[in-house]
Design a binder for this molecule. Structure first.
Ligand SMILES: [Zn+2]
Length: 484
């Protein structure tokens, strides 16, 4: 056991995939598309013109947040309020952000995260709704502000400080990202800023009763940066303590290029934000009916599927992890299993090694699983044909590849190309022809050279364009040569 124990809590912001913003009718398109010109999806409400009032909260955003709260085992509060968080920044035209401070949408909850040695339950403090500020950047010596993002609905989840390493933090964010993608509440694209993460980090002596002073690393926008930044900060704090210095409460901005954090003392306290109730909005009422609607069609979540694939389907954990990463892949795999007579492991191998590989191949024209010409039932049929010996493994692979490149279903290819195995008299005839055509190899086999029989099998397969079952040919050849 090491001398120090790192303690990490995360705050994750997720943009909800609603059509319009949280308190106005402006489109949220600009957050998911790359080529939207700045300041084109704005109105007097989201840009804070004097005298305008927010519209009532976007119901769709409340419904999505409620779905997410249920998936994260939170208690949804029937009543919650909006508050103003006051601060001054160029990309915040109103001078305050509408958020939920005193009474959040949901409280408590937990997310179980998969780790190498099992799962760990991480408790959540709460989940709340708020509006996104805009974006600002420095270019050519001037500050540019894009307000397209102002007012986009965000959900923030705050974890308890229960994570103990950078890799646990990454596992937590990865699992949360899978959940939001399964629920279709957000793309969770960190590079695009759909999902952003702040990490609170402290260290204490192992076994101490209280936590050390925590620092906050702001706006981490990839798993890699999250891991690097948290590890960097743990090391920095340990070195500081080892030197006999004390940790001060600072905010850290991660510099991705240098791989170092920049410390600043701009840490605001709660009082600095002068929170107060947003007077222009009524409380949010999540009724029993709304909770019921949110619970409708909640999909089975990734961790539950992972456990089921390992326990019921006997799949290795790593295989199951690949399959549950995207819900479309997991659905596809389960549908193959439903239609397939053989073991799930074989279906998993084909989905991972053939289907996903094709999908990830940049030269293929299909961008998602539902676009593929081979649906799960088609793949199961192909695997059944291979399993029954009607198609050899290699011929099955050929049919698969041909189907992917032509868009014709495997069953149709098998039928059109008459790929079913040759009739017995054709098989016998070809075997006779191979034996008659290569007396040297035949006598080698007869002389006990077992390897030589492979050459004869190859010749027979060539005559039948690979359509016959190699094992059957071997048996027939040996029987025929032996009986001479
Ligand atoms: Zn607007």
């Amino acid at each position: 056991m090491s001398k120090y124990q790192p303690v990490i809590g995360l705050e994750i912001h997720v943009q909800l995939q609603t059509a319009s913003k949280l308190f106005c009718a402006c489109s949220t398109e600009a957050v998911s598309a790359r080529d939207v010109p700045p300041n084109t999806h704005i109105c007097p409400i989201c840009t804070g013109h004097p005298g305008v009032l927010p519209r009532p909260v976007n119901k769709r955003a409340v419904l999505m947040a409620a779905r997410l709260a249920l998936a994260c085992n939170c208690t949804i509060n029937p009543w919650s309020d909006f508050d103003r968080k006051n601060y001054f920044y160029a990309d915040l035209p109103k001078g305050y952000q509408i958020t939920q401070h005193r009474r959040p949408l949901a409280s408590g909850g937990f997310i179980d995260i998969p780790l190498d040695d099992g799962t760990k339950r991480i408790q959540l403090d709460h989940m709340h709704l708020e509006e996104d500020p805009g974006k600002s950047k420095q270019e050519g010596g001037v500050w540019l502000v894009d307000m397209n993002r102002c007012g986009v609905p965000l959900v923030e989840i705050v974890s308890r400080p229960e994570l103990r390493s950078a890799s646990e933090a990454v596992a937590f964010v990865s699992e949360f990202r899978r959940i939001i993608r399964y629920l279709s509440v957000s793309d969770g694209n960190m590079e695009m800023g759909n999902m952003r993460c702040d990490a609170n980090v402290s260290v204490n002596l192992a076994g101490a009763d209280s936590y050390g002073t925590k620092t906050e690393i702001k706006n981490l926008n990839s798993f890699k940066f999250l891991e690097e930044a948290v590890n960097w900060e743990i090391d920095r704090q340990i070195q500081t303590v080892e030197r006999g210095d004390t940790i001060s409460q600072v905010t850290i901005h991660w510099d991705e290029r240098s791989g170092e954090g920049h410390l600043s003392r701009e840490k605001e306290t709660e009082a600095d934000y002068r929170y107060f109730r947003e007077p222009n909005l009524i409380p949010v009422n999540v009724t029993r009916e709304l909770v019921k609607e949110a619970a409708t069609d909640l999909p089975e979540l990734p961790l539950s599927r992972l456990r089921r694939y390992v326990q019921d389907f006997d799949l290795p954990v790593l295989d199951a992890q690949t399959l549950v990463e995207e819900m479309s892949t997991a659905d596809y795999f389960e549908s193959v299993v439903d239609h397939f007579d053989g073991p799930p492991k074989r279906a998993s191998d084909w989905v991972r090694n053939h289907v996903l590989r094709t999908l990830n191949d940049a030269s293929n024209p299909y961008s998602s699983l539902p676009d593929l010409p081979i649906g799960p039932a088609d793949l199961a049929e192909l695997l059944n044909l291979i399993g029954a010996g009607t198609l050899s493994d290699s011929l099955g692979t050929n049919v698969f590849e041909k189907s992917m490149s032509t868009g014709v279903s495997p069953a149709q290819i098998v039928e059109e190309e008459e790929l079913s195995p040759p009739a017995d008299d054709t098989l016998f005839g070809n075997i006779e022809a191979v034996i008659a055509g290569d007396p040297d190899t035949v006598s080698a086999v007869r002389g006990g050279n077992q390897k030589a029989v492979g050459r004869l099998i190859g010749q027979a397969m060539k005559l039948m364009q690979g359509r016959a079952d190699a094992n059957k040919i071997r048996d027939l050849l040996l029987e025929r040569i032996g009986s001479d």
